[in-house]
Each structure stands twice: as C-alpha cells, then as structure tokens.
Design a protein around this ligand. Structure first.
Ligand SMILES: *[C@@H]1O[C@H](CO)[C@@H](O)[C@H](O)[C@H]1NC(C)=O
Ligand SMILES: *[C@@H]1O[C@H](CO)[C@@H](O)[C@H](O)[C@H]1NC(C)=O
Ligand SMILES: *[C@@H]1O[C@H](CO)[C@@H](O)[C@H](O)[C@H]1NC(C)=O
Ligand SMILES: *[C@@H]1O[C@H](CO)[C@@H](O)[C@H](O)[C@H]1NC(C)=O
Ligand SMILES: *[C@@H]1O[C@H](CO)[C@@H](O)[C@H](O)[C@H]1NC(C)=O
Ligand SMILES: *[C@@H]1O[C@H](CO)[C@@H](O)[C@H](O)[C@H]1NC(C)=O
Ligand SMILES: *[C@@H]1O[C@H](CO)[C@@H](O)[C@H](O)[C@H]1NC(C)=O
Ligand SMILES: *[C@@H]1O[C@H](CO)[C@@H](O)[C@H](O)[C@H]1NC(C)=O
Ligand SMILES: *[C@@H]1O[C@H](CO)[C@@H](O)[C@H](O)[C@H]1NC(C)=O
Ligand SMILES: *[C@@H]1O[C@H](CO)[C@@H](O)[C@H](O)[C@H]1NC(C)=O
Ligand SMILES: *[C@@H]1O[C@H](CO)[C@@H](O)[C@H](O)[C@H]1NC(C)=O
Ligand SMILES: *[C@@H]1O[C@H](CO)[C@@H](O)[C@H](O)[C@H]1NC(C)=O
Length: 711
C-alpha cells in the first residue's frame, strides 16, 4: 500500500464518518414550531421559551413572533449560525435591549423584520443594524415601534446596505423627510409609511421608488411633492396608494409620474374632480376613487381623460348621478369620455334613477368594456340599451341590487361574450324563458344567482329545468348552488333548497292534465255508450230488422196476398236449420214434386247478394201462404222467430187463411214465445206424426191448405 493510497483511504473514511455524523446530529423541528421542508420555513408563535432553539438545516426562513426575548445578544442566535438563514422575522417579542453584535453572525440575511418591539432602545437598534454582516440585506421592516418621528440614526445605519424595501408603518410620524430618505437609502424601491400621522412631506428624490404606500395619514398632495424645481422626484413610481388621506382636489394635474400605473385615492375628502386631472399620467392603468365621502359635489367634464386608463373604480361615493340632483354638478355625456382603452368600470353604491336615462348617457358609449360592476345601486331592473352594445363584455356584476325583472331581449340583445354574470342578492322571485337569451349562454361559465328570494312554485318550472340543463353541460356554472339558492315561498318550503323543488309538468299544468282527463272521460263515455248501443242493437236486432223490413215494404208498396194469380210461390216455408232434413226429404218431395206447388225455401230460393231482410220481404210478398214449421229448435232460432213475426204481421193485415202452421213435434203452448202462442191460438194447426195413417191425413190437410183459397 503506497502512501498515496493510504491518504485516499483516510480521506474516504473521513468523508464517510463526517456524513454519518451529520446524519446522526440532524435536528428535529422544535415541538412548539412548525417546519415546512418544501418552503424551508419555520414558524413559532406565542410560546414561552428562553432564547431560540436549533432548527433543521433546511430552514432558511424563521418566523418567531409573540415570544419573550427581553435581551437579544449574539448568543441568542448561536444555534442558527449554521443555517442558510435568509429571512428572520422577530415581531412582537418584547425585545428591550439588543447588543450591537447581535446579528453579526447571520451573514445570509436578506429580510429582517423587527416590528412591534416598541420598548427597544433605538440607539441600540441603530448600532445593531450597523453591524449586520450580510451583504444581501435588502428588506427591512421597522413597523409598529411607536416612534413619534423618523430616526436619522437608523437611516444612517442602514445606508451602508442596498436596502430596497423599507417598512415604517404605524410609527406616529408627523412628517416624512423624503429628502433624507433619498440621501441614505437612494435605491429604495418600496416604501411603506402607512398608518402614521404624516401631514407634511418634505419633498425629495427617490429615483427607484416603485411602490409607495402612504395610506392612512393626513396627507394632502400637491404637485410640488412630485416635482421639485423641474425634476421629477419619483420617475419610477408605479403604485401610489393614498387611501385615507386628506386629499381635497388637485388644482394642478398629477404629473411627473411617468411610470405611474396604479393610483389609489380612496377615502379622501375630495370635493371636486377637475377636468383632465389625470391626463398627464402617461402610464396610468388603474384609478381608484372609491368611498370619497359626502363632500364631492362637482365633477367637471372629461375628469378621467386618459389614453391608457384601463380600470376605473368610482364606487361607494353615494354620488347622485340623477337629473334631480340639484346641488351636484356632473356632465353625464362627458364624464367618461376620452378613455378609449377603458376595460373595467365599477360604479357600485352610487345613486341612479334608471328612469331618467342618465346611466346610458354615461356609459353606453364605452363599447370596449370587458368588466362592469354596479353593485348596491337599488336597481329594480337591469337597465337596457347599455350592455347589449358591449360586444367584449365578459363580467357583469350586479350584486345586491333590488332587481326583480328585466327583458332579456332588450338587456342582453345578442351579446355572446359574457363569461361571468352576478345577480346574487337581488329580489328575483321568478325567472322567465326570456330572462337569459340563448346567445348569452354561449360563453358563460359562471352565473351567480345566490341569495335571491326564489319562489318554489310552478312559475319557476322553466328556471328549474334550465338550471338542470346547464348544470349537466357546465357543472360548476352556478355559483353558490345549491346551498345558497333557497325558497322563500310558499311558506311551507321556506328556506328549503331550490334544488329539492323539482315539480313535474303534470303537477304544474293541471289544465293540460284536465284536458287529457276530460278527453279520456269523453272517450270512455263514448266507448261505454258505444258498447251499450251495440249490445242494445244486438239485443234488439230483430226488432230493428223488423222495422227495416217494414220500411222496405212501405217503400216498395205493399203487395197484397189477395192479388190472386200474381204470386210466384204458393208458400213461404219458415223452418229451422235443424228441421231442414224433414223439409227437403218430406215436405218438398210431397208438396213440390208430387203436387206441383212452388215453395219459397230459405236455403234454396234466397237471392245471393241481397239483404236477407229483403229476401224475406220479397219471399213473403210473393208467396200466397206462409208455412210455419214449428219445432223446439225453430222456437230458439232468432231468424225463424223473426220470420214468424213478419208472418204474424201479414197474417193480421190480411186474413187467417194465409197462414199454415205445421207442428213437427208436440209443443206445450206455455213453452212457446208470446208471439207464436198468439198465432197458434188464432189458427188451426196441422200436426206431423210418424205414423203412416196419420201422415196421409196430414198431407191431405197440408195440400188442401196450400192450394185452398182464402175462406
Ligand atoms: C408546506 O408548504 C407547502 C406550500 O405552501 C404546502 O403545500 C404544504 O402543505 C406545507 N406542508 C406542511 C406540512 O405544512
Ligand atoms: C436593558 O438595559 C437597561 C440599561 O441599558 C437596563 O436598565 C435594563 O434592565 C435592561 N433590560 C433588560 C431586560 O435586560
Ligand atoms: C447573496 O445572494 C446571492 C444571490 O442570491 C448568493 O449567490 C450569495 O450566496 C448570497 N450571499 C450570502 C452570503 O448568502
Ligand atoms: C439607549 O441606550 C443607550 C446606550 O445603551 C443609552 O445611553 C440611552 O440612554 C438609552 N436610551 C433610552 C431612551 O433608554
Ligand atoms: C444604488 O444603486 C446604484 C446603481 O445601481 C449603485 O451604484 C449605488 O451604489 C447604490 N447605492 C446604495 C446606497 O445602495
Ligand atoms: C391601498 O391600500 C388599502 C389600505 O391598506 C388597501 O386596502 C388597498 O388594497 C391598496 N390598494 C392597492 C392598489 O394596493
Ligand atoms: C355637457 O357637455 C357638453 C359638451 O361640453 C355640453 O354640450 C352639454 O350642455 C353639457 N351638459 C350639461 C348638462 O352641462
Ligand atoms: C375601442 O378600442 C379601440 C382600440 O382597441 C379604439 O380605437 C376605439 O376608439 C375604442 N372605442 C371606444 C368607444 O372607446
Ligand atoms: C364582481 O364580480 C366579479 C366576478 O365574480 C368579481 O371578480 C368582482 O370582484 C366583483 N366586483 C366587486 C366590486 O365585488
Ligand atoms: C317573469 O315574468 C313574471 C310575470 O310576468 C314577472 O313577475 C317576473 O318578474 C319576471 N321575471 C324576470 C326575471 O323578468
Ligand atoms: C322585450 O323586448 C322586446 C323588444 O323590445 C319586445 O319585442 C318584447 O315584447 C319584450 N318582452 C316583454 C316580455 O316585455
Ligand atoms: C363566444 O363563443 C362563441 C362560440 O360559442 C365564439 O365563436 C365567440 O368567439 C365567443 N365570443 C367571445 C367574445 O368570446
């Protein structure tokens, strides 16, 4: 083994043991803290602990707030010096004394926040800040110290670093010396001096300042602030937040803020907005003038003229944009002129009278708008003649008005660009099939109708179906559905979800149902009547036939049996089918073949294709006599009885001689039908017998009756 190899082995051993040692000594997150290895953050809050414990080595950001650290020295941070600690937040830790070298070992610091340690001696603090050894320190927060004035020592202390973000809010400053700040921290990009008592600002230059939060002070800006003797103080300023100050109005226009994009002037007691106030801000995109209080009485023409403005918020001003507002001045046709790139406008919480046509005069020409918010303006309808012209409109927010109804065709026309429609917390009870035109739905992905007093009645059947339909197509289209879509009516459904009310067509259109029911009843009545009629007809078919027969006879003229030789047949034989054999083999043989008489026989002589009734009628008319062949089966045959009735009639009309009754078997009179009994009573009948001697007499009697004239 060469010495070289030995060295390599020893080296490898060293590396391995070092790695093992490190792994063994890796620190857990302290119990009272939470550590996140993804974000490399540790947070410890509101616990009693002396000093600061060790943290896992991945921690780069420590938030240590609400703890008790009355005395902070270099030893306080001893356990952190091996970390790559970049962010140290020590807010509200009751720090009283801090040594000058306390932070000197935290060489990676970028962001230091000592806010809320009001008891700290600022001479000590300055000394400490002066000794930060990190070259990267850029963010410093010294908020909520309760200082009454700026601390030049501290500015001086930090002037050695490249501080970019400085926070000194909630410090009761009465004045702010921008000149001094410019001298010590010239490269500041963000300054927060909000929530002080600043009335007076000594102008100065901060060439790199981009964000200036000076809200909640007593500042009334004038142009000298931005422009000291011909040079622009804040040439990089992009965001200026002046919320809650004492800005009255701007006699000179805002100028010298070439880069200003966002200007917030909310909650200032502005009295007038003069013509072209913002016209010299060549980068302005967002202008907020909300909650200006009741002093505003004059808005001159073209107040917001700007080539670049995209978003204008003029809400919660309770300004009466009404013809009837006599002590206010504004020019409805000019107020929003000269803003060709305006995309979004918010006019919430002002006064409008939709009947005086002022609102359309104000905004209907803003056809490039994509977002409109007009909340809480007591609108009872959605004004028409405005939105239908805005072909790029994507968001329409009409929350918390008093909207009850509108005409969908007039309001929305054929716009199809809308993506978001908010009509939540209005007074809408009932929606109609015209409320949302088909075109409106083309690009709509969000509609909020929550908090309306829905009627859970059939009037909303269409709406209920419509929700169902669109939820299938776009499941998340209805915001707040179903939890915030509640019924107020009828009382028994009060506060139930609209979702649970889904009536059927039948429930809702009882008229339609009634119609169906009625026609059903009528049809079944007709049916029942028909059945009854048919059965009646069936029952009385013989009577009917009889009547038809009489009718025929009448039509044809009655042919009397008396008219002598004109008869075609000497007799019409009425017999039942069962007796056919007897009729053909015996009766016809004797009467026709042997005695040369012609008889009319149902089975033989009826003309095919003629109505049976007609056949019978003809036969009866053309026969001299009617011969009834009585048997038990004959009495049960409807046809035979029918024929018998015809015979009976003829018999009664003419005389008894025209009827011959032959009894094929012995039938008791009580077994006979009533009509037949009558005939049998009136006529002598000839009885058939199987005995040959009696048969001879029978035939003699029969032939005599057939051939014989009418006695
Ligand atoms: C860590 O932070 C990430 C990002 O903020 C977060 O998603 C994750 O839930 C956090 N983990 C823990 C344990 O809190
Ligand atoms: C802070 O220092 C002052 C004197 O410099 C001393 O009176 C005071 O007791 C110290 N406070 C703490 C908490 O150490
Ligand atoms: C300072 O920041 C730079 C860039 O982020 C980094 O490379 C460097 O290591 C940091 N210096 C220290 C001492 O952390
Ligand atoms: C702050 O501390 C310095 C030095 O420690 C001391 O001279 C000074 O009196 C203290 N100031 C206050 C207000 O406590
Ligand atoms: C400010 O920035 C400029 C250029 O970026 C640099 O030269 C100068 O040293 C910086 N000053 C301070 C105090 O950081
Ligand atoms: C301006 O400051 C107010 C008050 O903190 C805040 O609500 C608002 O969001 C800020 N506006 C901008 C645009 O930063
Ligand atoms: C609004 O301005 C236009 C043009 O400047 C003017 O014609 C009109 O009379 C003004 N309207 C009112 C009500 O002052
Ligand atoms: C709409 O925007 C275009 C440029 O995108 C502009 O030319 C036009 O004048 C604008 N229309 C209105 C009414 O402002
Ligand atoms: C109006 O509604 C839109 C879309 O939901 C929302 O982004 C916006 O914040 C609302 N406007 C106001 C002033 O609440
Ligand atoms: C729908 O029509 C009814 C009856 O005409 C009306 O009461 C209701 O307000 C209308 N709804 C809407 C949203 O226009
Ligand atoms: C809605 O307006 C259109 C066009 O003005 C009109 O034809 C229609 O009758 C109106 N509908 C209702 C319900 O008033
Ligand atoms: C709306 O949607 C239709 C298709 O449904 C599309 O052709 C049209 O460009 C969209 N309009 C806008 C303004 O997005």
């Amino acid at each position: 083994m060469t010495s070289m190899e030995t060295i390599i082995l020893v080296y490898l051993f060293g590396v391995i043991s070092l790695t093992l040692f490190n792994a063994a000594s890796s620190v857990e997150c302290p119990q009272f803290c939470s550590c996140n290895s993804t974000t490399s953050e540790a947070k410890c809050q509101n616990k009693y602990y002396d000093g600061i414990p060790a943290f896992p080595n991945y921690i780069t950001s420590l938030t240590y707030t609400g703890m008790n650290l009355p005395k902070v020295t270099r030893r306080t941070f001893e356990k952190l010096i091996d970390l790559d600690l970049q962010v140290l937040i020590l807010r509200h830790n009751r720090i009283e004394n801090i040594t000058a070298n306390a932070l000197s070992k935290l060489i990676h610091l970028r962001h230091l926040d000592l806010s809320g340690n009001g008891r700290m001696n600022f001479t000590q603090l300055a000394a400490c800040l002066e000794n930060i050894k990190s070259p990267n320190i850029t963010i410093l927060h010294l908020n909520s110290f309760g200082w009454n004035e700026e601390q030049p020592n501290i500015y001086k202390a930090i002037s050695r670093y490249k501080i970019q973000v400085l926070g000194m809010s909630q410090n009761n400053f009465k004045s702010l010396n921008m000149s001094r700040l410019g001298q010590y921290v010239p490269n500041l990009t963000s300054l927060n001096v909000a929530y002080n008592d600043i009335e007076n600002i000594i102008p100065g230059q901060l060439k790199k300042l981009e964000i200036w939060r000076i809200h909640h002070n007593y500042v009334d800006v004038n142009n000298a602030l931005f422009n000291s003797s011909g040079t622009c103080n804040f040439p990089s300023l992009k965001i200026l937040n002046l919320t809650s100050n004492f800005v009255n109005y701007f006699e000179n226009r805002f100028s010298c803020l070439e880069k200003l994009e966002v200007l917030v002037l909310d909650r200032n007691p502005v009295k007038k907005i003069l013509k072209d106030t913002f016209v010299d801000l060549p980068s302005l995109q967002v202008l907020h003038l909300n909650h200006l209080g009741d002093r505003l009485y004059n808005i001159e023409a073209f107040p917001f003229r700007s080539k670049t403005l995209k978003e204008l918020s003029f809400s919660r001003n309770h300004f009466a944009f009404m013809k009837s507002a006599r002590y206010l001045y504004f020019n409805s046709t000019q107020i929003f002129r000269g803003i060709p790139n305006l995309e979004a406008i918010d006019l919430s919480e002002n006064y409008f009278d939709l009947s005086d046509g002022i609102l359309p005069e104000m905004i209907s020409h803003l056809t490039n708008l994509t977002r409109i918010t007009i909340k809480s303006c007591k609108f009872q309808t959605i004004p028409f003649g405005i939105f239908s012209k805005m072909k790029r409109l994507e968001v329409l927010n009409l929350t918390k008005n008093h909207i009850i109804s509108w005409n969908g065709t007039e309001v929305f026309g054929s716009i199809s660009s809308l993506k978001t429609l908010r009509l939540n917390f209005n007074y809408i009870n009932v929606f109609n099939d015209t409320s949302f035109p088909e075109s409106l739905m083309a690009n709509l992905t969000s509609i909020d109708l929550a908090g309306n007093p829905f009627f859970c009645s059939c009037k909303n059947l269409w709406f209920r179906k419509w929700i169902h339909f669109w939820r299938i197509k776009r499941p998340s289209i209805f915001k707040g559905y179903p939890a915030n879509y509640l019924c107020i009516n009828p009382p028994e459904l009060h506060n139930t979800e609209l979702k649970n009310y889904f009536p059927s067509d039948d429930e809702c259109y009882p008229e339609k149902m009634n119609a169906t029911l009625q026609s059903f009843i009528v049809l079944s009545l007709i049916g029942i009547f028909g059945v009854i009629l048919v059965s009646l007809i069936y029952k009385g078919r013989w009577h009917i036939r009889y009547c038809i027969y009489l009718q025929r006879v009448k039509q044809r003229g009655y042919i009397s049996l008396n008219s002598g030789d004109s008869f075609l047949y000497s007799g019409f034989v009425v017999y039942s089918d069962e007796d056919r054999h007897w009729v053909f083999s015996k009766f016809l043989k004797i009467v026709e073949e042997e005695n040369d008489q012609t008889l009319c026989i149902h089975h033989r002589d009826f003309e095919v294709g003629k109505l049976i009734v007609d056949n019978i009628a003809d036969c009866i008319a053309q026969s001299k006599k009617i011969i009834l062949v009585l048997s038990r089966t004959m009495m049960t045959s409807d046809w035979c009885l029918f024929e018998t009735r015809l015979a009976q009639r003829k018999f009664l009309n003419d005389d008894t001689g025209s009827l011959i009754i032959i009894m094929l078997e012995n039938i008791q009179k009580k077994d006979m039908p009533h009509s037949l009994r009558e005939l049998v009573d009136l006529t002598t009948y000839i009885t058939w017998s199987e005995e040959p001697e009696i048969q001879d007499r029978f035939w003699t009697n029969v032939l005599k009756s057939i051939k014989g004239g009418n006695e």
